[in-house]
Ligand binder design. Sequence first.
Ligand code: NAP
Length: 327
Amino acid sequence: MSDTARKLVIIGSGPAGWTAAIYAARAQLDPIVYVGVPKQNPSIVLPGGQLMLTTEVENYPGFPEGITGPDMMQAFQKQAERFGTKVIGEDITEVDFDKDGGVHTLKTSAGKTVKAHAVVIATGATANWLGLENEMRLAMSGGGVSACAVCDGALPMFRDQPLAVIGGGDSAMEEATYLTKFASKVYVIHRRDELRASKIMQERYMKQPNAEVLWNKQVVDVLGDEKITGVELEDTVTGEKSTLDVKGLFVAIGHTPATEFLRETGLEFDDKGYIVLKSRSSATEIPGVFAAGDVADARYRQAVTAAGMGCQAALDAEHWLGEQGRI
Ligand code: NAP
């Protein structure tokens, strides 16, 4: 056992990471949370996670009037810090997990090394893109293509303009509904003839006077030099091509877990890259390494479930450290 090693390092600062920190700090595990460094489009990763990109959170129990995502994350952080959590604004870029459950070694984006007896991975997930060349080019250059309507939708360039959202899930409905407040028209472009989104989210969008769903359509190209001028569509049933003039495109086609930096560590992943947990626990394949929140949950992906998983991870880590005689 190394004296210089921390008892617990938490990677990630969404609801899972902060909840793990609250529990761990109260259990006197002296946790450090690596909150990450803000990244730019098109790969939006923020300290605070996806809730930083959410306006109103209406389904987190205890907030009958709702609360904004950023306010909620600020409150989580404050609560974690109140019990002594240390917060560091760096990414963990490399990990060397001891498969025998010894001390784990982590490297940060500032070139530092931190050692830990237990680690909670709570790095969440990031937005997916179609992968079209012009989509990426215009997303990188601020040309009107984005994966986050809540972050970018209120920009002047989108005001009173026709916009499009790609996707048929709750995210697409949420983004599209938000955009109807600013845009002249908001098209939802969906590849099938039925939405995946919950009924309430569908209805909220559909009842807006400037909403229109384009069914059975996929975007095959994004048009425009410096700014987007439109998209080329292909009908998924007939194969027919058409053009739609829009001044903004918001991609809302799901997420990918932030696990790339963990691939060679001996952890187990599912086919989408989510960490596989031992049943009904936050334990991974590696002793002393736990995971919580969206990074290990392709199914529920809610703030409240992520927070619950963060609690489990802290309790599991505390139990494990105790069993090992390390606390
Ligand atoms: P999702 O439910 O996985 O939906 C992704 C959508 O994108 C699907 O409609 C899918 O089409 C479409 N899609 C995927 N790849 C595509 C591609 N290459 N080209 C075109 N379309 C593509 O993801 P999500 O909407 O981000 O939601 C994720 C989870 O978060 C869900 O559990 C959701 O309920 C939850 N969520 C909740 C709220 C809320 O309650 N406030 C808000 C946002 C998200 P198909 O339908 O054809 O597969």
